[in-house]
Design a protein around this ligand. Structure first.
Ligand code: GDP
Length: 297
């Protein structure tokens, strides 16, 4: 399960001194050393770790925590609150356009889970928001991606807009939005192409699609297992495209957690959803407080 190592180490750090009634400043220091190591080992960005430890320390030393009746619990509470804050504090809701259809661009590297997640998002929006999605196959470089999206569309009973592999992705996106208006579809989810690495041609194409369809959401989909690298890739996509949020996929795997914990504070964009499996219903909004509690056990 995701975060197992981090969870174990953080819980270990907390319980080590948890049996003590009173803790000293030295105990706190030792505990924070363990927390720091646990976070670094979980592949959390080192600057994020440094800042995090500093904040927890300041709060723990600045108040009467050490003098309180249950100092360890107080420190755990602070760690929990700061972890929540690190991941964005509040759940950031998906934004709808005041003028339908709401257009969403799914972006990210190949294999991150864009196509699968496009289907998951469509299914979620139908169930929770009563939306009528149109899926758009704009990844023309990988014919399998079009078939994959069509299979997902069939499974969920949503139309899939495709012009095959010969058309220009910008035209596909534009025409798909026009089609959605004609058909009364109020949510257009565009599955764009990915590459193995960030490259200029890909970014130019994505910028052109963005300019053509003016999306309300540009969701960067990223495999949580890629750790630190996920943050770097997110940063380049954000710099080039101005993403509106992140979807972390494959949280069902044994990810160390670094991406989930670093992305928000490094790039300043919220994680909006998580994917936790290959099934189309394995998808939910991301709640920083629930994730923090899950990590701390
Ligand atoms: P794309 O290249 O970004 O469109 O990625 P795909 O949607 O084709 O996904 C790549 C692989 O990851 C597929 O085998 C998916 O079934 C799998 N996948 C996607 N999301 C998840 C997830 O949340 N958990 C797991 N375990 N697998 C996933």
């Amino acid at each position: 399960m995701a975060f197992e190592g981090l969870s174990e180490r953080l819980q270990g750090a907390m319980t080590k001194i948890g049996r003590k009634g009173k803790i000293t400043e030295a105990d706190l220091k030792e505990m924070m050393r363990e927390v720091r190591l646990a976070l670094l080992e979980a592949d959390v960005n080192f600057k994020v770790v440094k800042e995090f430890v500093k904040k927890v320390n300041e709060r723990a030393l600045g108040s009467d925590v050490l003098e309180s009746l249950s100092p360890t619990q107080q420190v755990v509470k602070i760690v929990n609150e700061e972890l929540t804050e690190l991941m964005g504090g509040q759940q950031e809701p998906f934004q709808f356009s005041p003028k339908p259809p709401t257009v969403v661009m799914m972006v990210g590297l190949q294999g991150a889970g864009k196509t699968t997640t496009a289907g998951k998002l469509a299914s979620f929006m139908k169930k929770k928001e009563n939306k009528r999605p149109l899926l758009v196959a704009a990844d023309v470089y990988r014919p399998a991606a079009i078939n994959q999206l069509q299979t997902i569309g069939k499974q969920l009973d949503f139309p899939v807009y495709s012009l095959g592999t010969e058309a220009n992705p910008v035209d596909i996106a534009k025409q798909a939005v026009e089609q959605a208006i004609l058909d009364g579809r109020d949510l257009v989810i565009i599955d764009t192409a990915g590459r193995l690495h960030v490259d200029e041609v890909l970014m130019t194409e994505l910028k052109n699609i963005k300019a053509a369809v003016n999306p309300t959401e540009i969701l960067f989909t990223v495999d949580a297992m890629t750790g630190q690298d996920a943050v770097n890739v997110a940063q380049s996509f954000n710099e080039q495209l101005g993403i509106t949020g992140v979807i972390l996929t494959k949280l069902d795997g044994d990810t160390r957690g670094g991406a989930a914990l670093s992305i928000r504070s490094v790039i300043g964009k919220p994680i909006k959803f998580t994917g936790q499996g290959e099934k189309l219903e394995d998808f939910e909004p991301f709640y920083p407080d629930r994730m923090a509690s899950r990590i701390l056990g």
